[in-house]
Design a protein around this ligand. Structure first.
Ligand code: SAH
Length: 496
């Protein structure tokens, strides 16, 4: 049997976007992933569905798999011929026991690779606005473990460190914080030397605390600092006051729940995250093309009878394209028909297929789309391809304008979210919940239950219809000026 291989991958310090491109590629092609607790959910989500996942750092039961056993797991899986990724927080070779894990593999001739990661030792200070070196203040950086082996004193040469005058970064140092600071004081470091501790760095929960060498232990204790946290000692710490960019992001500390369908959540979630929000994805709906759809097929067979083809969402465009594909046709079957899209998102979906909307209303909702169509004074019929429960606002306007149309349901919306304790718990933290359609509101409430107390929730709605739906459940709403993701994000930034 062929031998597999083991790839040690550094997952970075917490922010999932700080995984390297090479690390991501390795993860996406893994057959077995061995990971521990410092790895964030978003990185965990990159593991292929069919890969075996082995958690060797179960935090909940405080049960850690002994190092020797981890080494054996890696060896065993590789000898089974598997492509094994060993995922580790930060960089595998910096206080990550990466070296130890390779020894057994070398002994057995198992091929391996090491993909470095962004280490918390540098990235966490950076996210707190602390450059670990600065020409005016220091000429070296020391990364030190503050981990004490049971019953043994800290093995740190404080005199040498103080004499050198470089920046000091301590990992695993929370429980030994006072010993570390006292050691430095005893070795002659000035008590007012700037010092900082940064908890859960590069994550939405990042908390930087600035003090001095003499006050840091007390301050950290008062603020109940917990691991993982990094301790930084040196003049560079004072830069945090000026340079702390991450904690000043406009949505820092805000809990945001994104309810869009999974395939559309990406950009909204990413943009909210890059503004500092703590984003939880909770997809509440899914759209499914109704296929086969004889009505839509027939309409396309008689497409020359229509003057306009109208879409009220990207899902309508996808459903049409899938139907064409299934019936061995392509966009040429549409002939010279004019295209109307409810908004830029739907137009983008058209563009993916080489098409472009001739008409997009100024306000992106059904009513304004109807009005814009009326202004075009169509002589021929209008073909609307939309959801199973499309809003009547569009067809009412067309009726008033005595415009003839076919309104064909070509996809359905399914409520996908199931009750989720994590999301229920989040409600207590007064989250903002983004709703990009009325159906996402229904899906959300349906999943968590109508009886729940939603009074702390702010519903960020993309438009009027979504807002009206949210009011039915007595949610406090804020609504985007225009029905676009940009405008929704802007509205969220303006605050409640
Ligand atoms: N190999 C890792 C370090 C492993 S030791 C790396 O290169 O980052 C674990 C220690 O790293 C923790 O005790 C803590 O001191 C530090 N650490 C890791 N992630 C951190 C984070 N997000 N915020 C603060 N400290 C972190």
């Amino acid at each position: 049997m062929k031998t597999g291989q083991v790839i040690l991958v550094g997952a970075g310090p917490g922010d999932p976007d700080l995984l390297t491109i090479k690390g991501r590629k390795a993860l996406e092609s893994a057959e077995v992933v061995v990971y521990d607790r410092l790895v964030s959910q978003a990185i965990y989500d990159l593991i292929p569905d069919d890969a075996e996942r082995i958690n060797v750092g179960k935090e909940s039961s405080h049960h850690l798999v002994p190092q020797e056993e981890i080494n054996q797991i890696l060896l065993k899986k590789a000898l089974e011929g598997k492509r094994v990724v060993r995922l580790k927080g930060g960089d595998p070779f910096l206080f990550g026991r990466g070296g130890e894990e390779l020894e057994l593999l070398v002994e057995h001739g198992v091929p391996f690779q090491e993909i470095p990661g962004i280490t918390s030792a540098i990235a966490v200070p950076a996210y707190a606005g602390i450059p670990v070196t600065h020409r005016d203040f220091c000429s070296s950086l020391h990364i030190i473990t503050g981990h004490q082996r049971a019953g043994k004193p800290l093995n740190i040469n404080f005199e040498a460190l103080v004499q050198d005058g470089g920046t000091l970064v301590f990992l695993m140092g929370v429980s030994a914080l006072s010993t570390i600071c006292q050691g430095l004081l005893d070795a002659g470091m000035e008590p007012d030397m700037p010092a900082a501790v940064v908890e859960k760095g590069t994550t939405p929960a990042q908390r930087p605390i600035l003090a001095t060498l003499s006050t840091l232990p007390e301050t950290a204790k008062a603020q109940k600092v917990k691991s993982p946290a990094i301790i930084i000692v040196g003049k560079v710490c004072s830069f945090t006051e000026q340079f702390d960019w991450f904690d000043k992001l406009p949505l820092k500390g805000k809990q945001v729940i994104v309810t869009r369908p999974k395939e559309r959540a990406g950009t909204l979630s990413e943009r909210l995250r890059s503004l500092g929000a703590d984003v939880t994805e909770f997809p509440c709906i899914e759209t499914h093309p109704l296929l086969p759809c004889p009505e839509m097929e027939e309409a396309v067979d008689h497409i020359s009878e229509y003057e306009w083809l109208v879409f009220t969402s990207p899902a309508g465009v996808s459903a049409l394209m899938e139907m064409l594909e299934r019936t061995h046709r392509d966009v040429r079957a549409l002939g010279p028909i004019k295209l109307a899209a409810i908004g830029p998102g739907t137009n983008r979906e058209l563009q993916k297929h080489g098409l472009r909307a001739d008409l997009i209303p100024d306000i992106y909702d059904g009513e304004h789309l109807g009005q814009a169509l009326c202004q075009e004074k169509p002589a021929g019929k209008v073909l609307i391809l939309r959801a199973q429960w499309g809003t009547p606002a569009l067809t009412e306007v067309l009726d008033r304008g005595t415009i003839s149309y076919s309104d064909i349901r070509c996809y359905e919306t399914r409520y996908t979210a199931s009750n989720n304790d994590d999301v229920r718990r989040l409600l207590a933290q007064k989250p903002i919940v983004t709703f990009t359609s009325a159906s996402t509101v229904r899906g959300f409430v349906l999943a968590l239950g109508e009886d729940l107390d939603y009074s702390g929730v702010t519903a960020a709605c993309i438009g009027q219809q979504t807002e009206a739906e949210a009011h039915k459940y007595h949610l406090h709403t804020i609504t985007a000026e225009k029905a676009t993701i940009d405008a929704l994000i802007e509205r969220i930034m303006e605050g409640e």
